[in-house]
Design a protein around this ligand. Sequence first.
Ligand code: GUN
Ligand code: ZN
Length: 443
Amino acid sequence: MHAFRAAILRFATDREPRHAAIYEQDGLLVVGANAQGRQVVLAVGPFRELRKRFPEAAVTHWPGRLIAPGFVDLHSHYPQTNVIGSPAEGLLPWLENHTFPEESRFASPDYCTEAAQFFIAELLRNGVTTALTFATSHPASVNALFTEAQKQRMRLITGLCLMDRNAPADLLNQRAPHCRVNATEQSLRDTVTLIDQWHNIDRLGYAITPRFAPSCSEAQLSGSGELAMTYPDVWIQSHVAENKAEIAWARQLFPESRSYLAIYDDFDLLRQRAIYAHCIHFDDDDRALMRDTGAAAAVCPTSNLFLGSGFFDTAGADWVGFQYGLASDVGGGTSFSPFHTMLAAYYVAREGQTKTGLSLSPQHLWWQHTVGAAQALGLAGVVGNLQPGCEADFVVLNPQATPLLARKTALAANVDELLFSMIVLGDDRLIERTHIADSKPAP
Ligand code: GUN
Ligand code: ZN
């Protein structure tokens, strides 16, 4: 058993608004092993009260620091680190001119390993402790990322990118040598092999990953839907309604479906644990379909601003009541830092909410990158919060990390002002330490 003393931020789970923060100026976080041997939060609260209850716990004291839940990144592409900051007119030329050429390099297992190591290290440096991310269409890219995440004991979900048409030939799913099975069937067999090998091993999870409807044949989408039913606790990840030209293309390829989103429903790919990136150009029927199926949106504001895709409608999502959380979308997105993503979400919501003139509160933004994203993954109470029972993934923030941060956070009169100062001014320098559950307690 170990305890950490500092200011502590967590989120209420038993009261409205559901994104209400609980802030302890002088708090204690007590961690220890659960029945499965995983390090979890045993208790959290004011130092003065809790210290008496756990006199045997060794205490690490971080004066002037803030302990907060590790961030949850709901959507990214680990093979696109090098694509960050590649300008294009819009999504489709960006894919063709920058992204596909880079993803082709992942045919080399050594390239995959180096990229996986950099990506995981960068997530942790930025305080991200749970991530759902795309690999490429090469099985070696999936193996490389799981191998590295397992070494770091990180909660990570990924999967083989399914794309059997409308991309460069070397990036499409491939047939196995000397095997008569076609490439589409092989991609589904590879998916099953990877699920068997990695899903629910340590803290790893598998996601069935059709890239987006335009890159998948009907056979590949229907095979994916069948796998999604066979493996109900496996995740699904894809893209939808990001860009107007992409939407027109998807509608042309699947004219029978009511909308772009409905294509996925028609192939049984909307359900709980299904995460769809972007979800920008929706109507109310799409929103209701998300709600009724339990699918969730990964909101990617830095990517949407960079690629000029549009603005996610948070008010519309809340009005209809479907789940969403924040995501970096590296490399369409421009930053690994959750602070940059939260600030971009603030700008985007401000743009969208002309009716009220209000944007999102700092507590709501922070919640979307922690508890909200965890809920979208079906992992509420497991990650994204620091309530008793949650896995002990947390960050230690230094509000004095830069002269401007120190000046501004010293003026904060309440928790909203403190959080907002960090959202507006923060980046990786704020993250002094990232603690992963199961790792040895920090000295
Ligand atoms: N749609 C299909 N593939 C991609 C991708 O790699 N990035 C983004 N932003 N959208 C996509
Ligand atoms: Zn994406």
